[in-house]
Each structure stands twice: as C-alpha cells, then as structure tokens.
Write a protein that binds this ligand. Sequence first.
Ligand code: ADP
Ligand code: MG
Length: 749
Amino acid sequence: MTRISWDSRLATVANRSASKIEKAFGFRTVGDLLQHYPRRYEEKGRLSSLDAVQIGDHVTVIGRVVSSVQREFPDRRRGGIAYRLEAVVATEKDQLGLTFFDKRKSIAQWRARSVAEGATGLFSGKVGEFRGERQLTNPQTRMFVDTEALAGEDQATIAWQKVPELIPIYPATASISSWQIADTIGVALDLLDRVPDVLPERVRREQRLLDVATALELIHRPETWPDKTRAEQRLRFDEAFVTQTVLAQRRATLAQMPAQPRTGRPGGLLDQFDGRLPFTLTRGQQRVGADILADLALPHPMHRLLEGEVGSGKTVVALRAMLRVIDSGGQAALLAPTEVLAAQHRRSLSTLLGDLAAGGMLGGAVEGTRIALLTGSLGAAERRKVIEDIESGDAGIVIGTHALLEEGVQFADLGLVVVDEQHRFGVEQRAALSDKSLTPPHVLVMTATPIPRTMAMTVFGDLDASTLTELPAGRASIQTTVVPLAEQPAWWQRIWDRVGEEVEQGHQVYVVCPRIGSMGRGVEADETETDDTGRPADAAEDSTAGAGMAVEELAPVLRDGVLSDVRLDVMHGRLPADRKDAVMTAFAAGQIDVLVSTTVIEVGVDVANATTMVVVDADRFGVSQLHQMRGRVGRGSKPGLCLLVTRAKADTPARSRLDAVASTSDGVQLSRLDLAQRREGDVLGASQSGHRSGLRLLSVLRDEEVILAAREAATRTVEADPELADVPDLSAAVRRLDESDQATFLERA
Ligand code: ADP
Ligand code: MG
C-alpha cells in the first residue's frame, strides 16, 4: 500500500469521508486531520451519560434501544406512503427519543431491523425537544451487531468484536459523524510514514514522555485509560513546548538588540521627585521600581509587564521610570487606550510633578521637563506646536493614544514607552514605536487586569512580569452589594435615595450603564469602549430589550425626577473629545455630583472624592470588567460603595457571577472565574474548533506545571541551539506558529 505523509493532502487518504471532513473542518492535510483529537471516550459496553447534554448540542451517544415502533403515514407532498420510526434509547440514567423519517420502503424496513428493540449503537445528531423530552430527529446511527456476517459495508453497522474498548468521540457535525472521522483517522494512521517530532530526544527522556508516533496512535486508538493519559501528556507537552520555544526565541532576540542604557544622574528629576513625594512608596513600588531602574541601565531593551490592581499605584512607578530616562537625556511616551485616559494621565502626571513639569516656563523648576499631549482632536496650530516640542526634545513626556504611533511624529530621542492597559497593544505597535528611535526603546506595559501566572506566561511570555500586590496604606475598602430588582423592585427608588444622600455629604457618584443611546444597533458600538476581551462593551448582543439601560435613557429620567437637585452630567465615547475632557475635568474638580456614563470611565480614572458607583444592568458586564470598574470608587480615604443593579432572576448564571464579584475583592480569583466562563479559545483568539490556536489539549489555566516545565526546556533548547538546527520539525512548527495569525494569541489577551 502506498504510504502517505503528514503534509499530504487529505484527499490522498483513500476514504470517502475525506472530502466531507475537508469541508466541515477546513482541514487540508493529513496532519490537520490527525490533530483532530477525540473530545472524549466512551467505554464499550457502557451507555453514555446525558448529564451535560443540552438542547441544541450536537451529540454522539451510546444507547440501547428500549422501544421501537414504525408507522406508515400518507406523504402529502410526494403522495404515496412514508414511514416514521419512533424509538426510545436508554442512556446511562436517562432516555433519549429518536425519530426517523424514511420515504423508501426498503430503507424503512432496513431501519426497523437495525434500530430494533434491544440493539445497541452510536447515535449522533442535534438535540431537540419534543413534549419536554430530549430527542434526535433523523440521527446518524452506527449499530453494534453480533456477528461480522451482519455488519454491512455501509458504515451503519459494525461487528461487536470490532468495537474498540474505548470508543473515541470526535467533535462532529451533521454532515460527518464521529465514527466516520474515526474510520478516516484509522486509515490515515495505518498509512502514515512518519510523524513530525518537535521534541529533542533529551527533553523527551527527561520528561518521561512517549515517543510521538505512539502518542498519536494512542490518543486516537487507546486500549486503556492509561494509554490515553500517556498520549495526552506527550501531545500536551508538545503544544506548550512549541509555544514556549517561540517565546524563548523572542526573548533571545530582544536580549541581543541594542538599547541606550539610561542610568540617570544624581540630583536629577527623579531624585527631586522622590524628595518631594507626599507619601512613602509601598514596598512593592520600591521593589518593582528598583527592578525597572536596573533594566533601564542595561544596553538591551527592557520589556516588562507591570501588573497591579486598580489603585495599587502603577502610575507613580511608571512616572519614576520616565524621569530616570529624562535624566539620561531621553524622552518617554505614555500610550493610553482612550483620549479620556490620555487626558486624565496628563492631569495626574502634571499634579504629581508640580513645577517639575513646567520646564522652560516662567516659574517652573530650572531643570524641569515638559508634558505634551498629542491626540487626534488637537487643532492644527496647537498640533504643530506639540509636534515641535516632541521633535526638539523639549517635551520629556509625551502622552497620547495609539494615534501617536501612526502619526509622522519623530522623537528627538525616545528612550521609554509606557503602555497603559495592554489589551490593544501588540507586537506591530511595539515595532512601529521602535522605528521612531535610533535604538529600540525600553518598554513598560501596565495592566490592571490580573492575569493568572501561566496565562501571562503564554500570552506575554516574552515580557518579564512584575506585580504590585499591596495597595497603598490608608486606602478604604469597597463594599459591593447586588441589588436584585427581580425580587426587590422597590429598591430601585432606594438606590437613588442613597445616591442623593452621598451627594448631600459632598461625595460624588458614578452611574454606569451598558449602552449609550436607545437608537438602533451599530450606532451603539463605541470604539473607545471595549471590555477586557476587546469586544465593544455595549455590542453585547444588542437585542435592545436584553441589552440593558442606556445612558441617554437614564440620565434624563434621573435629572427630571429623583435627582433633580444634583449636578448631573453624562459621559460616553460618542461625545466629542473636547466635551469628554471638559466633563472629566469638571468631575475631577468636584463640579459634577453624579456622572452617568458608559464604561469609558472604566480604567484609570482617579477621583478620590467619588465614593459610590451604581452599575445598572450589571449582568451585562464581564466579571473582570466589573471588578475594574468598582476600583473607581474608594480611591481616597472614604469607604466605597458599589451597587450592582440587575434584573436577572435568582439562581441564574448571571446572578451568580454578580454574587461572585460582590463576595471577593481578589482580582486574580475573579479573573480566573471570568476566563473559566468564557471558552478558553475565545481568550486566546482561537477559532471554535480549536484547530487554529495550536492549543488543542493544553489549557493555560489548568496546565500550569506543564507550561513551566516546557518553558524551562524551551529556554535551554534555544540557548543550546538558537537556530534549532538539530530539531528541524521544531524549527518548522515554530516558524509556522510565528508566521501565522495564530501568533496573535501570543501578543494580545
Ligand atoms: P493605578 O494606576 O495602579 O490604578 P495610581 O497610580 O493611579 O494607581 O494610584 C492611585 C492613587 O494612589 C493615586 O492618587 C496615587 O497618587 C496614589 N498613590 C500611589 N502610590 C501611593 C503610595 N505609596 N501611598 C499613598 N498613595 C499612593
Ligand atoms: Mg492608573
């Protein structure tokens, strides 16, 4: 028989299912097919459990036919007689109804013989509901028959002796069943000449892993559960190893790139700033600050991720790094995700620096620097002036949105780039910035979205990570309460009474809504607002009724009603930039009591006098997003209150998510919950089949140890053999991953 290779076209597997599989899953090669691993395995002789099965799922189950009745009925459309077989199959502890419609008498007769009482087989189809019972209509079947003689040519039957002890159940579709996939994979495995091997033999032995050919065989055709476990261990390690090799290579490349060391100078801006700080740095700020200063002094670019809860004081850490660079004759750029935040950063950095930021101006410190804000909404004249300041080097700190990268702005000497909130900053942007200076700048990425360690390692594996774990002392706590309007409609009024009381005490209040306006969809998507997946926050399946309350609906109601006595204003991404800035400035100055807003206030906004946040239709937001939003209150010494208002009913998943947010202030725990609730593939930007992410068996949440071991092994492998010349299959896999759009999952969360 002719052998086939891993890269052969799928069609070379002489099997009639090959083209259907190609259509259903987009697999092109034999390798693609063989990496379509079973979703689970069923034991021969046992019936499937329906516990996790829901209406609408495509399922493949083993069941035993407990009743089967065929009826004839007049076929109105075609005339003549048609046949309906109604069967019930028993599963582990439930029953599943089956209905088959047949037109030809011969097929109907065959059907009645094969799906007969007492018969066992595999049934596959989309789960529907009929009279409150789960059922399959016209499922695909493969019946297990007693003797080989009865087994047909047609794939619809298989002799009992030939049913494997562990039956692999593959992700399947209506056009191609799990067992057709299994058969095709079986043919391919029998003909395959060689399986690419990405692991150096040394690593394989150290990790006590199966050889790859055996692992591939046993993931598809295990005889025992331990077979399957061993196979998974090997293939899972491979996935982690390829990913970590890409990252190890990137780290190695970075370590060789030249950068200007920035060692600062005694008595410079940094020293002056430290000398007049109105508070002491937390231990974390000191430790991370020292790490960063050490990085900046190296002749290679720093690439550091700074994680820390909202309010943990990341901005001060970043500012100190910027001052060190300015003290060394360089400039620093600070990139913010939105114009609002860019403007807010300008305000808070100006406040922190005082006259140190008034360099060259009357009354400024002699050696001070200057802050420039460059956004898309500047007038032409002002813009020209700002660009001049940047090009001349007069502006030591340049704040802007990502527009800063696209503009033809040249820096005199860009030494450091600080990115606030990583989630929309990828490698291309880093590259764009590096082009703006002679040597690649140092990069510091700040994020308030805590990422589990292994996630960070996979997604940001080429960055060194630092974490601020403690909040500055004297920070009051935030109390979070769920307001369940479904059971307590009267509490709606009490919310606004409470808001009124806060305002009377001189405090300020945020009211956050999931949408901007009541107009049709599309208009709603606001490019400045994304939740932590990068989706527009208020594009959340906007079917209007379910989409939650809008700023433009709620604000007038409050203004004309319960809150007519307070100074109330609105804020959302569709306001003109100067308006947004004016509103934020007024709110920061205490000239607005209640701000009704979308999530544009989500990240980084810092108004110490704001004590209360009301999130309307809170169930429309993600867990991590809610956690970040509530960090806007309780930033001063006054305790914060966050009300999560929902119309969701008790005991729904929406309510339990809100209860979770209310019950803990541990951002890492909430972020885990958030990730667990989304499919991991979504987080990594994988397609549904998991086929394109490169991660089929590996879970960045569960498989921490595997990732750590793979990272270690990958780092050593790259050190010993930077070009991977000794492991050509690894080199090819790495190149494929690095070049494909799959690599984006290594850059963006
Ligand atoms: P983050 O950016 O991490 O959310 P910020 O840097 O904005 O936090 O800090 C939040 C607030 O805490 C700011 O008003 C800041 O001036 C203040 N702050 C920062 N570090 C300290 C500290 N060590 N002690 C007291 N207050 C601090
Ligand atoms: Mg901040």
